[in-house]
Design a protein around this ligand. Sequence first.
Ligand SMILES: [Zn+2]
Length: 300
Amino acid sequence: MPLQIVHHPDYDAGFAANHRFPMSKYPLLMEALRARGLAGPDALNTADPAPASWLKLAHAADYVDQVIGCSVPEKIEREIGFPVGPRVSLRAQLAAGGTVLAARLALRHGIACNTAGGSHHARRAQGAGFCTFNDVAVASLVLLTQGAAQNILVVDLDVHQGDGTADILGNEPRVFTFSMHGERNYPVRKIASDLDIALPDGTGDAAYLERLATILPELSAQLRWDIVFYNAGVDVHAEDRLGRLALSNDGLRARDKMVIGHFLAQGIPVCGVIGGGYSTDVPALAARHALLFEVASAYA
Ligand SMILES: [Zn+2]
């Protein structure tokens, strides 16, 4: 069976090409996956919008209602980085629903990936930093509520610290949040995860992978995890506009192999989400995001 991939054409909310958020990476990622033979009909699953009841497990009810009703206060929209109109609202509901679906597929097949998700700056009270709903927090709480998982590990390797995930899941003992990120990156005020590793500017492949290789066995020795959510943000790449770290494509590939291989070798399902990546060269950026799917497909 091919790698199960969750997608929806409306992950792309159709921003202008010069917007600070490179929205066109979503259709270009699908193009890259098709070109690699990874997006056949037996591989693709269509995301459904997450119902409000799921979103409210992770977010304040009034904020969820504001996003669904497209009535988010301007002050919060400024923190998110774009206005929450109908397309952004739908996209946020779909991305969260997509990560829930990818998690269920991972529980069934061992591994599955969403072609969106990793919106880790969205906190309980509101969105921030290009993140409207925190899909991984929503999916974790849906799995716990439905009894589909009891112990969940979040491995967040996006270059930015996972402050929103830490905020939402900080009081949830059944979820362990791990974030490895650039020390000097957004957010300025970090919210402590269960484990944070902050890396200095310019960290390259060797130092990065060495650090990760040390920490993964410590994480898996803690508990028998029922599922791992892996935020494979590619903004750790040397050519990322916001990243400050210096990984190469080979480094990204080795990182994804290390994480996925480590947990699958122990029979622990992995749900991959794409996380952040910022570049004006959007085809190159989409190819970086495609690495997760290339690596994951070797384990499917
Ligand atoms: Zn990021």
